[in-house]
Design a protein around this ligand. Structure first.
Ligand code: NAG
Ligand code: NAG
Length: 388
């Protein structure tokens, strides 16, 4: 009845369980969870050994709890994909006392279009004791997307997700005038990161529409090759390997029965992104120096090319304002037959003093995180004048 009753669970143990299952069951359905209220979890499940889990997962039969109301008033398990003409109603039910739902987030938006946010509308979630019902009345192409539900196991205080009882279907609401699911923005900036695939949503309202990917300038078709670039009618285009040549403004074109439309424009910004934190090493020119002698420390990171590394230093004389200098450099080197980037910071200490004695720490940082390495330098008493 009220959208406020929708339980949205975000809890760690559920994620863990889900993750473990997901690896076993390729058919696991959407993991979409709306961000929202948190439910406190007092009863954390103890970690079980993977072996035990495997057996448990095999026994755990997945029960589909979702049904769809058909025209004759019958309820039937929905197929993975439903195609419904825009304007018609969708009614899904999920069996269970406590049910949580996920659906296109746009339905919750607090504007005229977000029909789930208004209590008066015919659309929304309705909990009715032994089942929960989701209704999308007077549908539009914008309602296209994944609809899923899952049962919750609740005690007096908390609820947890029961992954054996779920249901999910992807619904296309075909709109003869709108081949693309309307987007909020005319232009969307997306980072084309070197460390992961990039997705251009290009969501269509009709699974039969032919969709292609295009560059704005110079105008050209970017072919879907099934490897570097793939298309899935539910996910859109995925660029699996970020290359600088894919940067720029791209858009999708959908065509169906003589209608041809362009999607939102995607501004792809090519970004080198490290795949891991930097691995740093530190070396002192000498681990013990006599007072008055110059010494230095070298912090080195061998890593991916084109990744900037920031160095910071902590050292004994720092608080006392001991003047020191750093010299930073970057160069390409070959390691293991591969070009890698060597980034270095050298901390120079002139004329060692007793306050320079102690621990020197270098912290190397990139976008994935930081690592610190330390080494100790002993400052020995000044040598006699006879030395020089
Ligand atoms: C929604 O659909 C119902 C019939 O199912 C119709 O009576 C009503 O006018 C429609 N509302 C809008 C806003 O189109
Ligand atoms: C660091 O110290 C060593 C040994 O004194 C010296 O050979 C080297 O040139 C120094 N490095 C820099 C960058 O000054």
């Amino acid at each position: 009845m009220r959208p406020g009753l929708v339980f949205v669970l975000v809890c760690l143990s559920v994620f863990l369980l889900e993750f473990a299952e997901c690896q076993k069951d390729a058919n696991t359905k959407s993991k979409k969870q709306n961000a929202g209220g948190k439910v406190k979890l007092t009863n954390k499940k103890p970690k079980s050994k993977p072996k035990v889990k495997k057996v448990a997962a095999k026994k755990l039969a997945r029960i589909s709890i979702m049904t769809q109301l058909l025209q004759q008033g019958r309820f039937q398990k929905p197929s993975d994909t439903l195609v419904i003409a825009a304007g018609e109603n969708l009614l899904l039910r999920c069996k269970g006392k406590h049910i949580s739902w996920a659906y296109p987030s746009y339905l919750d938006e607090e504007n005229d279009d977000g029909r789930f946010s208004k209590m008066t509308a015919d659309s929304g979630i309705n909990h009715r004791g032994r089942f929960s019902q989701l209704t999308v009345a007077n549908s539009t192409g914008a309602d296209t997307g994944e609809y899923s539900c899952w049962a919750l196991d609740c005690d007096a205080e908390t609820c947890r997700r029961d992954d054996s009882k779920t249901g999910s279907t992807y619904v296309f609401f075909t709109d003869p005038r709108e081949l693309f699911v309307p987007a909020n923005d005319y232009y969307m900036a997306i980072q084309l990161r070197t460390d992961r695939p990039t997705r251009l949503p290009c969501q269509v309202t009709n699974p039969l529409a032919k969709v292609s990917l295009h560059r704005e300038y110079p105008p050209e078709l970017i072919p879907e090759d099934g490897k570097l670039i793939t298309f899935d009618v539910k996910k859109g285009f995925v660029i699996h390997k970020a290359l600088p040549l894919f940067g720029g403004t791209l858009y999708c074109v959908a065509s169906y029965q003589g209608l041809r439309q362009s999607s939102t424009k995607y501004l792809l910004i090519f970004t080198y992104y490290p795949s891991a934190r930097p691995a740093a090493t530190i070396e002192a020119s000498s681990s013990s120096v006599h007072a008055g002698v110059n010494f230095n420390l070298t912090c080195t990171v061998l890593g991916e090319t084109n990744i900037d590394v920031d160095f910071t230093w902590e050292f004994p004389g720092q608080q006392l304002g001991r003047p020191t200098y750093t010299v930073e450099s970057q160069q390409s080197v070959y390691a293991g037959g591969q070009a890698v980037q060597s980034s270095q910071s050298v901390l120079l200490v002139d004329e060692a003093r007793p306050i320079d004695d102690g621990l020197y720490t270098c912290t190397a940082q990139n976008q994935q995180g930081a690592t610190s390495v330390s080494t100790r330098v002993n400052v020995l008493p000044r040598t006699g004048p006879g030395r020089q």
